[in-house]
Design a binder for this molecule. Structure first.
Ligand code: NAP
Length: 305
């Protein structure tokens, strides 16, 4: 068990956390980044990023590795330990991991959000081979093909609308006939000629020939149909990773951290950056931007002490 002091402890080594580390190090603050899994967060699962400014094509793994190298070359320390709690009652914040205790003047929570999995067999094996959780990231690979989107919230409806302008055919599969998405968006989607709604139905299996070539869909009577599609876009919600810190930051009804665009939380010295923050646009570029904002405000906070 060690106990060490840093200016800033950043929880999460995804794009938001590592960008925060770069900004904090360039402001000459000592920085520890704690990561529960591997660096990079969810972006490592994206085979080809085409929408990050300047990089026309880069794999998620290469992007994450470059970011990690940049942050560590600047002097950020990274430890692969899961942060389990923050104690903000004392003069310094105390971040607890299973093994160790770290103190900091400021903490940035950049733990991200996980895509909720559909739960269909071999789903995780097929990521990048016909299963995607991000239409804006991967939609362009399915130009003039047939694709399906599963879900009934705003993400699914917007993804289907986005894909309808790229793919020849889009199936929207939803387990009910009522939508969580706002009705204006649903009505707009219903007007698209190449979109077919498959309601009161679930995806019961993937048809796989090295990659996804179709999906089996079951209705409420148990009848099954196979739809020939090249990709299933899963949009069944996300799970923000904030639960360990729910006693120190306010969470909204979906569990996202209630922090504004300045990444402040209302708790002095505690900031939130990236996909675990309540916001409208969750993209790689908004995660890295959050990291810059959170670190800049954390540095200002420390300098004001
Ligand atoms: P969401 O609103 O939680 O919707 C998730 C959808 O997935 C629901 O329709 C749900 O069905 C379905 N679902 C969940 N688990 C499933 C499973 N195992 N199998 C099949 N279907 C399943 O998630 P979201 O669409 O990602 O949106 C998250 C939040 O962001 C919402 O507040 C949304 O309004 C907001 N958002 C806003 C915008 C915008 O304003 N432009 C865009 C995107 C997202 P049930 O309905 O049957 O539960």
């Amino acid at each position: 068990m060690i106990r060490q002091m840093y200016d800033i402890v950043i929880i999460g080594a995804g794009p938001a956390g590592l960008s925060a580390a770069i900004y904090a190090r360039r402001a000459s603050k000592s920085v520890l980044v704690l990561e529960a899994n591997t660096y990079g967060g969810q972006i490592v699962n994206t085979p080809d990023i085409e929408n990050y400014p300047v990089e026309e094509h880069i794999s998620g793994f290469e992007f994450a590795t470059k970011l990690y190298t940049q942050a560590t070359n600047l002097g950020a320390q990274v430890k692969f330990e899961r942060a389990t709690a923050i104690d903000e009652s004392g003069e310094n914040k105390v971040v607890q991991t299973a093994k160790n205790t770290y103190e900091a003047k400021a903490v940035i929570i950049a733990t991200g959000a996980q895509n909720r999995k559909l739960g269909v067999a071999r789903e995780e094996d097929m990521v990048g081979k016909g299963i995607s959780y991000c239409a804006t990231c991967d939609g362009a690979f399915y130009r003039k093909k047939a694709v399906a989107v599963v879900g009934g919230g705003n993400t699914a409806i917007e993804d289907a609308e986005y894909l309808a302008d790229i793919a020849d055919k889009v199936y929207l599969i939803h387990r009910r006939d009522a939508f969580r998405a706002d009705s204006a968006s649903v009505e707009k989607l219903q007007k698209k000629e190449n979109v077919e709604f498959v309601l009161n139905s679930t995806v019961s299996a993937l048809v796989i020939e090295n990659k996804v070539v179709g999906i089996e869909v079951s209705d409420q009577e148990g009848n099954t149909t196979v739809l020939d599609v090249d990709c299933l876009f899963v949009a069944v919600g996300r799970i923000p990773e904030n639960e360990s810190f729910a006693d120190v930051i306010c969470l909204d009804a979906q569990g996202y951290a209630d922090a504004g665009e300045d990444c402040t939380t209302g708790k002095a010295g505690i900031f939130v950056a990236g996909d675990n923050r309540a916001k409208d646009v969750r993209q790689l570029v908004t995660a890295t931007a959050d990291g810059a904002v959170a670190a800049t405000n954390a540095v200002k906070y420390i300098n004001s002490l």
